[in-house]
Write a protein that binds this ligand. Structure first.
Ligand code: SF4
Ligand code: SF4
Length: 477
């Protein structure tokens, strides 16, 4: 049986005594209104241009850079290795990844507490790609008014040509984005060659296609919908705000009552505030909101409305900053504190985690040794009457260069290794070496004795590895 509750719109003017009230089903989902964002130049837009250029430059460039023949950044999934600036990380370094993720999370909390959603407004990939797509749209279809007119115009060859060029350019950027992303997992030079000669494997085509389509849809079509309905950060970031958080805000004390006026009219003489109600702040807003309605979760903190309003204030000969970065306390005439318990808390965890990750990387030994006792036989006597134990020594070389390790053992008098003691281990290799160790019976003090294996390499960087194990023998007499 259906559990749905029918929703009816109630007409407040209807006569309650009328039993035949008309009812109407209300659609609870508001369909999207296309937002025509007006281009604006200004101080904060210039800052964003710098951040966009830097981030896009890094994203598209780093995938091509190499260091000592190795890619600068490369996630080698088949080999389960991650190459970063000349270092190689393996699954056992997973905790470093966790540490870095914690640093990112607390960095975001710290900065949000101080300056609101600056991450969203200046560096979030969704913002970065959306602004690039909007820039292409502006160059191909013209300014806001021309775009509105073009969309309303009947279909024509000129309209089709403009739309086709725009979508082709969007797809080109999306394809470059997809190829670059996959290039961090599949060496980019091979990827490009394999893709265009149809020699790449099926997964490469799938992921390039997936990221191309995702970029095209997210930045071209969905845009602010991603921030409003898909991004979890938008939903919980406001819990990090407090009255001292510096965010983009409209100053109602200065702006209200709003209203249009002649430039020559003095606001105080005509009973108006500084807001001339021109709507420029709304026209430039990529999420289509009116900042004058107060703090809204839809606001991504891009500060375009500050640039737009400052331009209007300049034209009116009013002081800039009717919309500005400010705090709730300052708007209420109180003083704001930059440093407060929650910024200290987030800052302390952040500093601690950064210190811990740097220390771990700086002291990280780029090799690992494990010794496994052969469980087939506890011990045996060899032709010389000495007691033998068998082991498997595993040496993993996590450095970028091949290493030659020399194996030794200590812990009992006259203990020696009978098998190979010098081995070459190439970069990334996890070598298993069957090893036999013997001692004279008189050296044994117990049936189960502690011994230590050592492996040393002087190649490239000196590496010393040590692992404890047990040597089992007959009961001493
Ligand atoms: S841009 Fe400034 S003056 Fe114009 S409506 Fe917005 S707040 Fe008012
Ligand atoms: S109100 Fe709109 S334009 Fe202003 S900062 Fe927020 S998202 Fe940007």
């Amino acid at each position: 049986m259906s559990k749905e509750i029918p929703v009816h719109q109630v007409d407040p003017n209807s006569d309650p005594s009328n039993n035949k009230k008309k009812s109407e089903t209300v659609d609870l989902y508001e369909s999207r209104q296309k937002i025509y964002v007006k281009e604006i130049k200004g101080f904060f837009q210039r800052i964003r241009n710098v951040s966009l250029t830097l981030l896009m430059g890094m994203y598209f460039l780093f995938v091509w850079l190499t260091l000592d023949g190795q890619p600068l950044i490369h996630f080698d999934l088949p080999a389960r290795e991650f190459h970063l600036y000349g270092m190689t990380f393996f699954p056992k370094d997973f905790f470093l990844l966790s540490g870095m993720l914690i640093i990112c999370a607390f960095g975001l909390f710290f900065i949000t507490t101080l300056f609101g959603r600056v991450w969203c407004g200046y560096t979030c990939p969704q913002t970065v790609w959306t602004f690039i797509f909007m820039w292409i749209e502006e160059k191909v279809e013209g300014n806001r008014n021309k775009r509105i007119k073009l969309d309303k115009a009947p279909n024509s060859s000129a309209k089709l040509a403009k739309k086709s060029i725009k979508h082709a350019l969007w797809l080109f950027v999306a394809l470059a984005t997809g190829l670059t992303f996959v290039g961090y997992f599949y060496p980019i030079r091979e990827l490009i060659a394999d893709i265009f000669t149809l020699n790449a494997n099926g997964w490469a085509y799938f992921w390039v296609g997936f990221f191309t389509v995702a970029t095209y849809l997210n930045a071209g079509w969905l845009r602010e919908q991603v921030c409003l309905y898909m991004c979890p950060y938008a939903r919980f970031q406001s819990v990090m705000f407090d009255p001292n958080t510096r965010i983009v805000s409209y100053d109602p004390n200065r702006g209200e009552p709003r209203g249009s006026r002649k430039k020559s009219a003095k606001p105080s003489e005509i009973g108006l505030g500084d807001c001339i109600d021109c709507g420029q702040c709304v026209q430039v807003c990529p999420t289509g909101i009116d900042i004058r309605d107060g703090l809204q979760y839809e606001c991504i903190g891009c500060a375009l409305c500050i640039d737009a309003c400052d331009e209007v204030m300049e034209k009116m000969d009013y002081p800039k900053g009717l919309i500005r970065y400010t705090t709730e306390n300052e708007l209420e005439g109180k003083t704001s504190k930059l440093l407060r318990p929650r910024t200290f808390g987030y800052g302390a965890v952040l500093a601690l985690m950064i210190g811990a990750v740097i220390f771990t990387i700086a002291t990280r030994v780029p090799a690992k040794m494990d010794v496994l006792r052969d469980r087939g036989a506890l011990f045996s006597f060899n032709g010389e009457g000495r007691v033998e134990n068998s082991y498997t020594v595993k040496i993993q070389n996590m450095s970028e260069v091949p290493q030659t390790f020399t194996l030794s053992v200590e812990g009992l008098d006259d203990i020696r290794i009978l098998t190979t003691t010098t081995v070459n281990v190439s970069s990334g290799e996890n070598l298993s070496l069957p090893t036999v160790v013997d001692v004279p019976p008189e050296s044994l003090e117990d049936t189960n004795n502690e011994i230590r294996f050592h492996a040393e390499s002087g190649g490239g960087e000196a590496i010393r590895l040590e692992t404890e194990s047990r040597f089992v023998g007959p009961r001493p007499r």
